[in-house]
Ligand binder design. Structure first.
Ligand code: NI
Ligand code: MN
Length: 233
């Protein structure tokens, strides 16, 4: 798969850094402090233009506020979650909702469905921060990427295929809190993506799904990438 200069780096769990050929840096679901799989010594680029948050669970947003402050990022999330970040002191937020698209420099970011819960827990309790989502990133002169966030498989992944034609799908495969390899294999066929970057496995003991299990279940022609935290594709 030719990514035409786009670089995708896995920082463990669901944390993914996307760097476009034109130099836009997008960090999805920053979970750094407390992420047992964050690559040792990995230094984020000085400028992170955008942070995308798929839902309010701690293993996806725990570092949104500090990273946004340090790297002067605009944070993009579903409306209620964006408002929650603004309350926490994030200076630049973009609230959007399912089915909508925002232009982030050379990247069109579309918020799509996910089947998962979403609440943000902090010292004052649980907060309603909208529903869980995924993102399709259509990169100008580059590939179409889909980061599913946390989700079960669902039939309307077919709509994501029909509308956006994702070439690279970044999918949770660990099970327990998300789909596992069996469900992810069906997701792969619904999405039509030929390159699969597995995430959200192996971080904690219950997340037992493996790329090998997924690879055994997908059809010929689909590549399940074996990568370790810190690796780029
Ligand atoms: Ni979650
Ligand atoms: Mn999660």
């Amino acid at each position: 798969m030719n990514l035409k200069g786009t670089r995708i780096t896995w920082l463990g769990h669901a944390t993914v850094l996307v760097q476009t050929a034109k130099g836009t840096n997008i960090l999805i679901d920053p979970f750094i402090t407390g992420n047992p799989k964050y690559p040792n010594g990995f230094v984020l680029p000085e400028k992170i233009h955008y942070i995308l948050a798929t839902h309010g669970h701690g293993d996806h947003i725990s570092d949104v506020v500090p990273v946004a402050a340090k790297h002067h990022s605009t944070v993009v999330a579903i409306y209620e979650l964006a408002a929650y970040f603004a309350e926490k002191g994030v200076a630049h937020t973009v609230g959007m909702n399912l089915g909508g698209t925002v232009q982030l420099d050379d990247v069109s970011a579309t918020m799509v469905e996910a089947k998962h819960s979403s609440a943000a827990q902090d010292e004052s309790g649980a907060h309603d921060v909208g529903v869980a989502a995924g993102f399709v990133l259509t990169i100008a002169d580059g590939p179409v990427l889909y980061h599913a966030g946390d989700t079960a498989v669902f039939g309307d992944m077919k709509l994501i295929r029909d509308l956006y034609r994702p070439e690279v799908a970044i999918l949770p495969i660990g099970g327990h809190f998300t789909m596992g390899p069996k469900e992810a294999a069906l997701a792969v066929s619904l999405l039509g993506a030929k390159t699969i970057l597995p995430i959200h496995f192996g971080t904690f003991p219950p997340l037992t799904g493996t790329p090998e299990e997924l690879a055994a279940l997908v059809v010929t022609g689909v590549q399940v990438v074996r990568w370790a935290p810190g690796d780029s594709y």
